[in-house]
Design a protein around this ligand. Sequence first.
Ligand SMILES: [Zn+2]
Length: 259
Amino acid sequence: MGHATSFLAELTWAEFGEAAAKGTPVLLPVGSTEQHGVHLPLNTDQLLPTEVCRRVTALRQALVAPTICYGYKSQQRAGGGNWYPGTLSLDGGTLTALVKTVLTELGRHGIRQMCLVNGHYENLWFLHEAVDLALRELKWDGVRDARIVLLSYWDFISPETIARIYPDGFAGVELEHAGVMETSMMLAAHPGLVHLERAEDHAPAKFPAYDVYPPHTGLTPKAGSLTSPKRATAEKGEILFGVTAKGVADTLNTEFGKP
Ligand SMILES: [Zn+2]
């Protein structure tokens, strides 16, 4: 006996066809394979947007497409840097082409409402480009009613939520890489993959206001996290999943109409 799933790849072709005919929106999580300090796994940016999407489907109807597991090159001031072992990154054009193709494939099979849920900062402009190229190609193919939302899950973390999560002050979202935010969400969703005892309390990274290539690798805190994750808790993670999943679900209602 099967049971209902919101993960697109777990459907049969007939179930997918039915969902497309009903106008079901599809969420596409986009992540990376990237170092996340000494305490989080390389797939952190895959797991977090996927879990946000899963929770969205508890709030309103939608399907979650298979997660894009590779992202654009880790940048020092956002992700520590691309040189860390195990950080497997795509060239920008490759990421753009990959995401564009998945979007046009969804469109070819009748999906008209799509939402990219980004979980890796460096992906963002390549996703804008993928959306633009996908809509253009779909139009050439006669599909004129496709609509694509592009967001990063942290867009919905309001100043009020920040004040709850960081009572002692916030270093800024650019330094959140492998910090309290991501670590708390991993503790809430995948506690078995978190090794908080290996993390050290360290000062927030200090970067100049520009990038230089090749980077001065010594500017990244040795662990790879850009702020200390030590104050992360599963409770904070639950708060963050709550506001982000609601933010995405509300966005779908606004842009695609209530189901
Ligand atoms: Zn990350």
